[in-house]
Structure formats: structure tokens, C-alpha cells
Design a protein. Structure first.
Length: 547
């Protein structure tokens, strides 16, 4: 069985890149009072002459349960923009875009700096009850790093996150993104859009996405160097001709996800035995300066796909439609050709959520689109919102997460409940708090949990992987042998020797590599192989250095 990345690798990557050196420097917290343009003024006023930030490490802290009305897009200053909710169990701070004199309401954020948002609710409906300008987060910095954690973003007219410059790192964790669509053009309505740029990393874990009209991730023919999506729940997403646009990813990990009513408008019959209209496509990279196809890694495993009775019956009633699949014939060819590509343990099961969304409005939208040949004429609204939609003055209770919001947990009797790696539930583990607590312990200890003498010779996946600037390699010996542990580049040239022909007793060992060669020089980004020679046994694994 092929094994490319583990759940441990995913979580390690998140901590490695989300909490790098710049995240642990001293911070100055500014408490921002709720109200009209208070957050705009706090950010804009936090500068010295010439636009120099008064405190480049500022954190803007918002009051739980407070309403923040934005008067214009927040762009950030200095080197970073950090906006977080105050600690506690109260409701998330609610951000509402306010319309100008012409009735236009601006998007929320367009940072030309690194940015971090935690614990916030962003409304896709402005103070007058109209849809806000698209892209709640339009990220403009080349090579920028963007963290969105524990946020609820409700509604977007194009894409919740738009990666507007190349080389960016995006981390989405513990979030809910809902109602991404534009009725006048449902080809808009996704969650992440890379705008065709070559992006460094997109990491999405333990998050829920529901009700969108097109592909959840659009790359527009661009390249994603590292795409990781793990333990996410997607419900009523992808609509027509939707997919995760990762066909030109260099390293792709798609594991432990629950896709429910994915591609709800159906898959054209012409492509059932060919290509297209699948969850995870694979195509040739066509960028030898970055990697060749044999150097790429794809892992699509332990996922579950299913449909509600209403959507399943609707698709089955159309002679020209069929259901989406995980991969297509082209992807199967790549997987059969390249040993670093694998799709396995993906199953189909129609789970039932404990309090899932109703389908009445969605079915009316689907039927209209089908009968109109997807021409986008007078599409009926299919927004899901138990609070309803209103103006801030007349209906303030319509803003913020509903008290009786949807619940996407499901019964323990479904196969999905134990189908994820480690025997955990598939999908966003935030719907299973007890299981998430166990999972957090499991991913910490899965590779390095035992210090007892191993019963077999083994070489663990390096931790973290990908890494920057250093990584740890663990291995086990079941008897005393002479050991050599060395690093090689993809051309087979030895780069570094970590353990040089050293006798070692049976036991567990850890070696660290700092990304330097034997001459003490830093090596470039790329794929490397670490090889363990122990007596007459040899094991090797790949790892990825990212800078």
C-alpha cells in the first residue's frame, strides 16, 4: 500500500507554517469597541508620519457579541494585520459592511500584508439587506501568509478568499463558510480562488462548507505547490461543473473528508467513462522548472461521498445526468503510472445529519437551471439562513450565526463514523468534540508515541513534512546493527549524512536535519530522499523542503 502523507504530517505542517517565527514576537493588543467604523479608525489611525506603523505587531481585539460596522475596506499597514475575537464563550464579534451613498457596500478585507483573523463572523449581507461586494478576504501580498481560524463567513458573491498574488500561503482551520453564490452568474460562488497564480500552500482542516454554486476551489489553470484538505465537511457544494481545481498541484493531500450532495446539479453522462466533473482531478503539471510528474505526490484516501434522498432522486430522474465521483479515468492513469500517487479507501455512503439543511429551495433552483439550460435567467434564491435576511436597523437578529444553526454530526452507526485514518469520523471533527480531542492526541503521537523497543525495523515519515527550516526523522531498530542515515536530492546525489556507519542497539531513534548539506550550506527548496541503511536492511522515504 502506498503511503504519502499522514494526518500527523498535515497537523505538523499547520503548526510549522501557521506559527512561524513571526508569530511569537511580542504583540501589542488594542481593544476595539463595537460601533460604526471603530475598526476602520483603529487600523487607519495606527500609523506614524509617512504611513509607518506605530506598532508592527499590533493585534486588534474585538468584543464578543459586539457589532462592528465597517465603513470601507480594511487593507492593513506595516507588516501584518491581526484581528481576533476576545477570549471567552460568548457570540463571535459580528462584522457588517455598510453601504455608501450610492448603495454600494465594500468587501471586508484587502490586505497587502500578512494577515490573521480568528473568531469572527462576517456577514455577506450589508446593513441595508443587500449582498456585499465579492471576496470577503482579497489577499494582495506576493508571498503573503494568511490565517483564517474559527471564523464564520456567511455569503460571498464570487469567492470567500481570493489569493490575488502569487506565492501565498493560506490556512483555513475550524471555520464555517456558507452561502457562496451569485444568482446572476452561478459560475461565481466558490470558497477559494487562486486567480491562476502559482501558490505555495493551501491548507484546510476541520472546517465546514455548505451551499455554494460552483467549484469550491478554483485555480484557473494555475499551479498549487502544496494543497492539503483534511477532515472537512462539504454539503450542497460544487453545483454544476464543480471540482477541487487541483489537477496541476505538485503535492496534493485530500483525506478524511465528507462530500455530501457534492456536484448537486449532476454529472453529464458524456463524461461518466471519461474525464471531468469529479472531486479531485489530476492532469500533467507541464512545469518542469517546478517538478516533473514523477516527482509529484497525490493522496486521495479515506473520504466519503453521499447524497440526500431528494438530490439523489432528482439526479436519477434526469436521463442526461449521473453522480459525481472522486476521480476520473485520467486520474486513474496517473495513479497507475506514478508510485507517489494513490487513491484508496474512498467510499460512498448516504449519511444523515442530525440537523442538516432542508433541500426545498435548492431543488427549485436545480430544476430551474436544468430547464433553462443553465442560461442564468431569473435563478431562484437558494440561500440557507435560519435567521432570515433583513436590514440591520429593522432586523438586527438576522445578523450573526443562528442560535439553531445546522448541525452536521451523524450517528455512530454509519461507516463514515470510523472511516477516517485512526478510526475517527470522516469530516469536520468540530461536530464531534470528544472525538476531536482524541484525534488531537492521536496526531501528536501517531509516529512517535512509543519509546519501547520496536518489534520491527522501521523508518517513519519525517515530521513535519513539508518543512522549513528543519525536520525530524524517527526510526526503529529491532536488533543491534550498524546504521547510516543520509539525505539525497532527486538526482541521487548525497547531500548530508546524519548518522555515519554507527553501531546502534535495538531501540527507537530520532535524527534532525536543518536543511544544510555536509558543507554547512543551505540546500534549495525541493524534494529530497532520506535513506536508512541498517545491517542488511534498507528503507527510504521522500520529504519536501519548502522555503
Amino acid at each position: 500500500m502506498k503511503k504519502i502523507f499522514t494526518a500527523l504530517s498535515l497537523t505538523a505542517l499547520a503548526f510549522c507554517l501557521m506559527f512561524g517565527d513571526e508569530m511569537v514576537i511580542a504583540q501589542d493588543t488594542l481593544d476595539v469597541a463595537p460601533g460604526y467604523e471603530t475598526l476602520n479608525l483603529a487600523v487607519e489611525g495606527d500609523t506614524l508620519a509617512g504611513g509607518v506603523p506605530a506598532n508592527p505587531n499590533r493585534v486588534y481585539r474585538l468584543q464578543r457579541g459586539g457589532f462592528y460596522l465597517l465603513n470601507g475596506t480594511i487593507r492593513g499597514i506595516g507588516v501584518s494585520l491581526r484581528i481576533v475575537a476576545a477570549k471567552g464563550d460568548g457570540p463571535k464579534p459580528v462584522l457588517v459592511s455598510t453601504a455608501d451613498e450610492a448603495g454600494n457596500s465594500p468587501r471586508y478585507f484587502r490586505p497587502g500584508v500578512d494577515a490573521e483573523w480568528r473568531g469572527l463572523y462576517l456577514s455577506g449581507i450589508d446593513n441595508l439587506g443587500n449582498q456585499v461586494e465579492d471576496n470577503a478576504f482579497r489577499c494582495d501580498k506576493k508571498n503573503g501568509k494568511y490565517i483564517i481560524d474559527d471564523c464564520y463567513v456567511d455569503g460571498d458573491a464570487q469567492s470567500v478568499v481570493r489569493m490575488n498574488a502569487e506565492g501565498q500561503k493560506l490556512f483555513i482551520t475550524n471555520c464555517i463558510f456558507a452561502n457562496s453564490y451569485l444568482l446572476a452568474d452561478p459560475n461565481n460562488g466558490r470558497f477559494v480562488d487562486t486567480r491562476g497564480n502559482t501558490q505555495d500552500t493551501i491548507f484546510i482542516q476541520n472546517s465546514t462548507f455548505f451551499n455554494s454554486s460552483t467549484d469550491p476551489l478554483r485555480s484557473g489553470g494555475g499551479i498549487i505547490k502544496n494543497f492539503f484538505m483534511d477532515h472537512c465537511t462539504m454539503v450542497m457544494t460544487a453545483g454544476n461543473n464543480g471540482e477541487f481545481d487541483v489537477d496541476r498541484a505538485i503535492n496534493c493531500v485530500f483525506t478524511n473528508n465528507l462530500l455530501f450532495d457534492f456536484g448537486y446539479e449532476g454529472r453529464s453522462l458524456w463524461s461518466v467513462d471519461s474525464t471531468g466533473e469529479v472531486a479531485v482531478p489530476i492532469d500533467s503539471l507541464r512545469a518542469p522548472n517546478l517538478a516533473t510528474d514523477d516527482q509529484r505526490t497525490f493522496t486521495v484516501k479515506n473520504n466519503v461521498m453521499g447524497w440526500s434522498p431528494e438530490v439523489k432522486a432528482w439526479i436519477q430522474s434526469k436521463d442526461s445526468l449521473d453522480f459525481y465521483r472522486f476521480i476520473d479515468a485520467t486520474a486513474e492513469q496517473f495513479i497507475a503510472t506514478f508510485p507517489n500517487m494513490v487513491a484508496e479507501d474512498n467510499i460512498y455512503e448516504d449519511v444523515v445529519f442530525s440537523d442538516g439543511p432542508e433541500r426545498t429551495k435548492l431543488l427549485a433552483y436545480m430544476e430551474h437551471r436544468f430547464n433553462d439550460n443553465y442560461a442564468n435567467n431569473n435563478n431562484p434564491d437558494f440561500r440557507l439562513d435560519r435567521n432570515g435576511v433583513g436590514t440591520l436597523i429593522d432586523n438586527p437578529q438576522t445578523f450573526g450565526p443562528p442560535a439553531d444553526d445546522y448541525n452536521f454530526d451523524y450517528a455512530t452507526t454509519f461507516a463514515a463514523y470510523t472511516h477516517a485514518m485512526g478510526g475517527f469520523p470522516v469530516g469536520d471533527l468540530n461536530w464531534f468534540p470528544d472525538k476531536k480531542a482524541q484525534w488531537e492526541t492521536w496526531v501528536t503521537n501517531v509516529e512517535f508515541g512509543s519509546k519501547a523497543h520496536p518489534t520491527e525495523f522501521h523508518l517513519a515519515q519525517n515530521y513535519p513534512n513539508p518543512f522549513n527550516p528543519s525536520t525530524t526523522i524517527a526510526y526503529g531498530l529491532n536488533k543491534q546493527v550498524t546504521v547510516t542515515l543520509a539525505i539525497y536530492n532527486v538526482l541521487g546525489q548525497k547531500v548530508r549524512t546524519l548518522v555515519n556507519h554507527q553501531p546502534q542497539a535495538a531501540g527507537s531513534y530520532v535524527a534532525k536535519w536543518d536543511g544544510r548539506n555536509d558543507a554547512g550550506m543551505l540546500v534549495p527548496s525541493g524534494m529530497y530522499v532520506y535513506r536508512l541503511d541498517a545491517g542488511d536492511r534498507v528503507l527510504a522515504r521522500k520529504m519536501l523542503l519548502m522555503k
